[in-house]
Design a protein around this ligand. Structure first.
Ligand code: G1P
Length: 293
């Protein structure tokens, strides 16, 4: 079983659901308490043992590259002012040189196409995909929980979470194998479908946006036809790979927030503020005050 050391982060989207905030700021760089949303996703992946990040980016998203670079003037100014605690915090978030790659998705053809744009860097190794719209708050990082499952059963691993019936049509949804116990943490699967009408949904287990995938997926993505929404869907290529390889779903422990929507983003800010080491107590008091009206 080859280790999973590389992760693909598709960050090319326009962020249309949170315009005008995303007109000049990439949606992945929107602040959740004191750091960009993207930093939480990178931290989740580092906790899971990821050593190399492939960002699939696009025009107008240069702030992402700059964020992960050294800011000489800033660091020098902090040093001279003796603000070593802030400097140390800044440096602790700085990835090592050579551990980040940036590739461009030149046409907005969908998530499957974005992942395929990383193929040359992934090569013939298994890889993780993390959708940075989704932040997951958990004790043990969601991707780390999936790595545990990968070490147990190998193959392809998909993070899932139950959703109310009225929301299944907004997500990719998995089909557990006949007879599989849907309440278990690890569920063998034999199908998945992107954004099905509720009447056709094979379960209420949505795909959350965390994947461990085998490299053979890349050659399927190459000729994947457009699917739901006229886009090349990752879900459709995974459903094809399932004819040849094992897929398991992991019901992770944790809470996910969709930062691609206004309400989901607001919920993420509240959740991470509530549990923040410095401002948690104040935030909890504030949330209670607002709840009282
Ligand atoms: C994407 C995936 C979908 C998944 C969702 C999770 O959809 O295609 O399978 O359930 O992310 O957020 P999108 O939200 O980009 O339309």
């Amino acid at each position: 079983m080859k280790p999973v050391t590389k992760a693909v982060l598709p960050v090319a989207g326009f962020g249309t659901r949170v315009l005008p905030a995303t007109k000049t700021v990439p949606k992945e760089m929107l602040t959740v308490v004191d750091r960009p949303a993207l930093q939480y996703v990178v931290d989740e992946a580092i906790e899971a043992g990821i050593e190399h990040f492939v960002f699939v980016t696009a025009r107008g998203k240069i702030a992402i590259e700059d964020y992960f670079d050294t800011a000489y003037e800033l660091e020098d100014a902090l040093e001279r002012k003796g603000k070593t605690d802030i400097l140390d915090r800044l440096k602790s978030k700085q990835p090592r040189e050579g551990t980040m790659s940036f590739v461009r998705q030149q046409q907005a053809k969908g998530l499957g196409h974005a992942v395929w744009c990383a193929r040359d860097i992934i090569g013939d190794e298994p890889f993780a995909v993390l959708l940075p719209d989704v932040l997951i708050q958990s004790e043990h990082s969601c991707l780390a929980q999936m790595m545990d499952a990968y070490h147990e059963v190998g193959g392809n691993i998909i993070a899932v979470d139950p959703v109310p019936d009225e929301r299944v049509s907004s997500y990719g949804v998995i089909k557990p194998k006949a007879g599989a116990d849907k309440s278990q943490k690890l569920i063998p699967m034999d199908g998945m479908v992107e954004k099905p009408p509720v009447a056709e949904a094979p379960s209420n287990l949505k795909i959350t946006g965390r994947y461990i995938l085998q490299p053979e997926l890349m050659s399927l993505l190459k000729d994947q036809a457009a699917g739901a929404g006229g886009e090349i869907q990752l879900t459709d290529a995974m459903a094809r790979l399932m004819q040849e390889q094992d897929f398991h779903a992991v019901r992770y422990d944790g809470q996910d927030y969709d930062c691609g929507s206004k309400l989901g983003y607001f919920e993420a800010v509240m959740a991470f503020a509530r549990d923040h080491a410095d401002i948690g107590a104040g935030a909890r008091e504030m949330i209670q005050r607002f709840a009282k009206g």
